[in-house]
Design a protein around this ligand. Structure first.
Ligand code: 0CJ
Ligand code: F3S
Length: 313
């Protein structure tokens, strides 16, 4: 007999305004300049998105020196160090910056602290392209990176000047609060921003998964292994009532034997995961179970970011 499966679909999930804009930038650039358009780094951290754009004529490379002269290049949504557009200018390359405006805002905040001669403390994960981009807004050594609560407890910071604080946009909201509390406790010269830098999309997706996790026997987060915001969703689900939480790239990844004993399956998607991949997972479940889908949307999002002037109609 076919078993019943209730699917709780978290909302908001999937694409955010910055991802939507970045993908449109590549598509518009292909229309405007023709093939090929080069993209430095995955435009967003999703293989399916990257493969679809590659089919349309985008060429993905890791570094600018892999871009031939006289072809347009796009910088990914995660942001780039200042040295990247500087090098593109030096080579007279046509480039379009698809950095999410909310990441650019963090870049400007870091610069403002630096201009006031306040040391900049960045909470984020070493080696992530967004962190490399934010650190690269300032000269080497100007940004002090703090990755977690352990580092917050041991990091040695100046005490005689105000300390500017910025964060990566895709961190766990709760972990970041803990890191800030430790830093604030140790350093009363830490300046707290009016509003933290974790973006609206990261925050909303974490709130939404917190609401479904306690009601789910298992949570699947559709997203890529290199997607920071998607990985955070798995951790948030685990810490908020659903130990059996996992990252799934697409339906073909799922071993349905793992769903043994699961009557309620929570599903969400990282900010770089297309809704098509969520639908694919739901359809794969329908082939094996009597599925009832329940929408658990706690808020609607209406954020839209305009395309850069060079590409708008
Ligand atoms: O860094 C960003 C501006 C987020 C972009 C969208 O998500 P994704 O998965 O490409 O990147 P993260 O690894 O930063 O979450
Ligand atoms: Fe921007 Fe946040 Fe999306 S920083 S790209 S709106 S995950």
């Amino acid at each position: 007999m076919t078993k019943d499966l209730t699917i709780l679909l978290a909302g908001p999930r999937g694409f955010c305004a910055g991802v939507d804009r970045a993908i449109h930038i590549v598509e518009r650039a292909l229309e405007k300049f023709g093939k090929p358009v080069y993209v430095r780094h995955e435009i967003v951290h999703n293989k399916f998105v990257v493969d679809s754009l590659r089919e349309k004529g985008a060429v993905f490379v890791d570094e600018l020196d892999q871009v031939p002269d006289n072809v347009p290049v796009i910088f990914s949504a995660h942001g780039v160090p200042k040295s990247v557009p500087a090098e593109a200018d030096r080579r007279s390359l046509t480039y379009v910056d698809a950095t999410c405006p909310l990441v650019s805002k963090v870049h400007r905040a870091a610069e403002r602290h630096f201009d006031r001669e306040h040391p900049v403390v960045l909470i984020g994960h070493e080696g992530h392209p967004e962190v490399i981009g934010t650190m690269g807004q300032l000269p080497d050594g100007a940004v002090i990176l703090v990755e977690d609560t352990e580092q917050a407890q041991t990091v040695e910071l100046p005490r005689d000047v105000p300390l500017g604080l910025v964060t990566q946009t895709t961190l766990s909201v709760d972990d970041t609060k803990d890191v800030i509390a430790i830093l604030k406790d140790r350093y009363d010269n830490l300046e707290l921003p009016k509003k933290e830098d974790i973006c609206y999309a990261t925050t909303n997706r974490q709130t939404a998964v917190k609401l479904i996790a306690p009601k789910s026997d298992m949570v699947m987060v559709i997203g890529a292994p290199n997607s920071s915001n998607s990985k955070r969703l798995v951790e948030v689900a685990r810490l908020n009532g659903c130990e059996r939480s996992m990252l799934v790239q697409r339906a073909s990844d799922i071993n349905f034997d793992d769903l043994d004993g699961v009557a309620t399956l929570g599903i969400t998607a990282g900010a770089s995961a297309p809704e098509l991949l969520v639908e694919e997972v739901v359809e794969a479940c329908r082939l094996r179970y009597n599925v009832t889908v329940k929408f658990e949307t706690f808020t609607k999002e209406d954020v839209i970011f305009k395309l850069p002037a060079s590409l708008s109609d």
